[in-house]
Write a new protein. Sequence first.
Length: 93
Amino acid sequence: MFGEAAGWARPLRFARGTRGHASALEVAEHAARHGVRRLVFAHIGRPAIAALDAGHVPPLGEIGADGAVYTAGCGAGGSQRRTRMAGDPAGAG
């Protein structure tokens, strides 16, 4: 799952106190609570960059790398589904 890290410990707010972006720590907490196996942080903001530069690490997840390609599938929290085709041996689906 991709998550945002615009803020680190506090959400970023828009004008008039409207909530704008969740914090990286909040995203990690929600992901753990919902059983997310792999969390990749994208949309890294200045507060998160400052926290990472200070040596902090998120309790769950990894920081996405520019230009990296991420795939989802078996072993990465995805599920594999195969439809039985005509001629398949019994139980091979």
